[in-house]
Design a protein around this ligand. Structure first.
Ligand code: CAA
Length: 241
């Protein structure tokens, strides 16, 4: 049996593509989701991947959820922190609820999810953690002060934890997707997408979720042990660092 992987936000968008690709590559996959039962059940039926509902911004719920996954599928050796939300608004219109929701879900979740699996990875001498950050954590995005701050925080988290895991066989990497064709992006005002975003993408189109999933498969491989603390951009050439 393959190593066990958890993908947060794993039943929709980029997370669903990651979960499916991991399964196809032979891993045992658990897909976490936060709220949309209908989509999660459809995903489970379509893929045969078990789904587990908990809120990644809730520390206790994460510990309980991970314990349940480990009981059913064995120790978690691969963690993909993918779950994320947007609450876009210009800063002069942003309230503290929009700030907190995005920081707690997108960045707080990295602590909540990684801390319970960390000791086991250290003991076993193996682990793969991939954090799905964003181009907007690298360059900043108007209308997304909360999201850009959280995503930049994910990159800092990745770099610090990679140093701690290095001697224990645990790699920690970040992927920074650009604008990918998911519900999160299509929820943007069409005019902003057409006028301000698409013209900035040299490849001339949105990315596909599968184009992020293949980067995850690369980073979680047993053979990828020398790649840690890296930030892999996949953004169609929109921002080069
Ligand atoms: N670049 C340049 N100008 C922009 C802009 C941009 N990206 N976004 C908005 N503007 C401009 C608008 O054209 C508008 O200009 P005018 O007044 O001259 O018409 C001005 O800024 C105000 O914008 P809105 O009228 O849209 O203001 P609003 O208060 O109604 O909405 C907003 C603000 C909610 C932030 C909206 O502009 C928006 O959703 N912008 C997109 C933010 C974004 O890029 N989100 C990414 C979501 S996808 C994602 O997050 C995934 C990922 O990791 C990449």
């Amino acid at each position: 049996m393959g190593r066990t992987a958890i993908v947060t936000g794993g039943t929709r968008g980029i997370g669903a593509a990651i979960a499916k690709a991991l399964k196809e590559a032979g891993y045992e996959v658990a897909a976490n989701y936060g709220g949309n039962d209908e989509k999660a059940n459809a995903f489970r039926e379509e893929t045969g991947i078990p789904v587990f509902k908990w809120d990644v911004s809730d520390e206790k719920a994460c510990a309980e959820g991970i314990a349940k996954v480990e009981e059913e599928l064995g120790p978690v050796e691969i963690l993909v922190n993918n779950a994320g939300i947007t609450r876009d608004a210009m800063f002069h219109k942003m309230d503290s609820a929009a700030w907190r929701a995005v920081i707690d879900t997108n960045l707080g979740s990295l602590f909540n999810m990684t801390r319970p699996i960390w000791d086991g990875m250290r003991e076993r001498g193996f682990g793969r953690i991939v954090n799905i950050a964003s181009i907007n954590g690298q360059k900043g995005q108007m209308g997304q002060v909360n999201y850009s701050a959280a995503k930049a925080g994910e990159i800092g988290f990745t770099r610090a934890l990679a140093q701690e895991g290095a001697r224990k066989g645990i790699t920690v990497n970040a992927i920074c997707p650009g604008y990918i064709a998911t519900e999160m992006v299509t929820a943007m005002p069409q005019e902003v997408l057409d006028k301000h975003i698409l013209p900035q993408i040299p490849v001339g189109r949105l990315g596909e979720p599968e184009e992020i999933a293949r980067a995850v498969i690369f980073l979680v491989a047993d053979e990828a042990g020398f790649i840690t603390g890296s930030t892999l951009t996949a953004n169609g050439g929109q921002y080069m660092v």
